[in-house]
Design a protein around this ligand. Structure first.
Ligand SMILES: Cc1ncc(COP(=O)(O)O)c(C=O)c1O
Length: 387
C-alpha cells in the first residue's frame, strides 16, 4: 500500500526512519492479519470449551456465564435470515445509538463521529498502539495490567514501560505521567487482572498532566460491573481531550464469542487508528449489541447477579483467611500461597479452570465470577487445594 503524505509525516514525527516506510506500509495493509491478537495470545493456559470434562467450572477468561441477554438473542435470531445481505448502515446505527446514550456529539457521516464500532475492543486497542507508539514513543501500562497492547508495541519496537500499581491497587497516575516519551498511556478501569478501581479524579489529573502529544486510552471493558454512570470517563471524550475510551459487549453483555466493541474519541484520534484497517462488522453482533443497549434492565440485573456472587465468594475466602484484592469487577485475585502455575494445575485436577499467571503477583490467581453454583464448586476446590 502507498502511504499518504499525512501518514509519512506522522511516522517521521513519531521517530520512524524513512527506511522503515516499506515495513510500515506492510503493517498498514496487514489489518486483521497482524501477528498478535487478544488475551488468547497470552493464554498459556488456554482452554477449548468443547473439550472440557462434564461439570467443569470455567472461570478463566472473565466471560459472562449468562451469555447474551434475551433481547439480544431475539434480535439476532430475527436478523439471521437476512444474513445474505450487506447491511452497510448497521454499524453507523450502533454508533449513533451509543453516542447519543453517552452524550457525545454525532455526525451523520460515518468516519466523522466520536464512536467507532469494531469486532470487539481488542482491535482498537492494538490499533491505537500502532498509531501512537514508535521506537521513540512508549506504551505505558500498569503492572499487573492487561498486557494485550504490549504485543503490538513489541512488533513496532516501541518501549514498554510497566508502572506498578499503588499499594491500593490503583494506577499510579503520577508515575505514568512522568514517563517523558509516552505515546499511549493505557488505563484499565476497573483493572484487569485485579478488578480494582482508579479514582476518576486521578485519571482527570493524568489527562491534564500527561506529556504533550501523548494519548490516554481508558479501557472500560468492565465498567458496567462497577457502575458506569459514576465511574465512566466518557465526559473527557465529549470535552475533546486526548482520550480514547474502549467498551466491549464481551463482558457484562455476554457476547464475547459474537465480537462487538467500540472506541470513543475525538474524530481526528479515531481517524489515525483507522489507517490500520477496520474490519467489517457481522450483522448478528451489531444487531444484538443494539438490542442489549436498548434494554433498561440488562445492566442493573447482571450487575447485581455478578456482584452478589463475587462478594459472597470473597467473604468466604476472607473467612478462611485468604487475602483477596478488593474488586469491583467480574473477577478478583486471591493469594493461594502457592506458585500460580502450580495452583492453576492443582485446581484443574478438581475440574476448576482459573485465569493465567501475572509474574508480579507470583502466588495470586485470577478468578472470574461464574454462576453461584460454579462459585460454590470453586470454593470447595480452593479450600481442598490450599487450606
Ligand atoms: C481489559 C480488556 N480489554 C479488552 C479486552 C478484549 O475484549 P474483546 O476484544 O472481546 O472486546 C479484554 C478481554 O478480556 C480485556 O480484559
Amino acid at each position: 500500500m502507498v502511504l499518504s503524505t499525512e501518514q509519512k509525516n506522522d511516522f517521521l514525527a513519531r521517530g520512524f526512519s524513512r527506511r522503515s516506510f516499506g515495513r510500515i506500509a506492510t503493517l498498514l495493509a496487514g489489518g486483521a492479519a497482524l501477528p498478535f491478537s487478544h488475551e488468547f495470545a497470552f493464554a498459556q493456559v488456554a482452554i477449548d470449551n468443547r473439550k472440557l470434562p462434564p461439570g467443569a467450572v470455567k472461570i478463566d477468561n472473565n466471560e459472562n456465564p449468562l451469555g447474551p441477554c434475551k433481547e439480544a438473542l431475539e434480535a439476532m435470531s430475527s436478523v439471521l435470515p437476512q444474513g445474505g445481505r450487506y447491511m452497510f448502515y448497521l454499524p453507523a446505527e450502533l454508533e449513533e445509538l451509543l453516542g447519543t446514550q453517552e452524550g457525545l456529539k454525532m455526525s451523520a457521516k460515518r468516519g466523522e463521529s466520536y464512536v467507532q464500532v469494531h469486532d470487539g475492543s481488542s482491535a482498537p486497542l492494538l490499533q491505537a498502539v500502532l498509531s501512537f507508539c514508535s521506537p521513540n514513543k512508549s506504551f505505558v501500562i500498569a503492572d499487573p495490567g492487561y498486557e494485550a497492547g504490549s504485543e503490538a508495541a513489541k512488533f513496532l519496537g516501541a518501549p514498554i514501560v510497566q508502572v506498578p500499581l499503588t499499594k491500593d491497587y490503583a494506577h499510579d497516575v503520577k508515575a505514568m505521567a512522568a514517563v517523558k516519551n509516552a505515546g499511549l498511556i493505557y488505563i484499565c478501569n476497573p483493572n484487569n487482572p485485579t478488578g480494582s478501581m482508579t479514582k476518576k479524579e486521578d485519571i482527570e489529573w493524568l489527562v491534564a498532566n500527561k506529556p504533550a502529544g501523548s494519548v490516554v486510552m481508558i479501557d472500560e471493558a468492565y465498567i458496567h460491573f462497577a457502575g458506569k454512570e459514576k465511574y465512566t470517563c466518557v465526559n473527557m471524550v465529549a470535552q475533546d481531550k486526548d482520550v480514547i475510551i474502549l467498551r466491549t459487549f464481551s463482558k457484562l453483555y455476554g457476547m464475547a464469542g459474537l465480537r462487538c466493541g467500540v472506541a470513543m474519541g475525538r474524530p481526528d484520534l479515531l481517524k489515525k487508528t483507522r489507517g490500520f484497517g477496520i474490519n467489517w462488522n457481522p450483522v448478528t453482533s451489531v444487531t444484538g449489541a443494539m438490542a442489549a443497549l436498548k434494554s433498561k434492565t440488562v445492566i442493573p440485573e447482571r450487575q447485581k447477579i455478578n456482584n452478589d456472587t463475587r462478594d459472597s465468594t470473597i467473604a468466604f475466602l476472607d473467612k478462611k483467611g485468604f487475602k483477596v484484592v478488593p474488586s469491583m469487577s467480574n473477577k478478583f485475585m486471591v493469594d493461594s500461597h502457592k506458585p500460580t502455575r502450580d495452583a492453576i494445575a492443582a485446581l484443574r485436577k478438581e475440574n476448576v479452570y482459573v485465569g493465567r499467571p501475572w509474574p508480579s503477583m507470583p502466588t495470586y490467581l485470577r478468578v472470574s465470577v461464574g454462576t453461584p453454583e460454579e462459585m460454590k464448586k470453586f470454593q470447595a476446590a480452593f479450600v481442598k487445594c490450599f487450606a
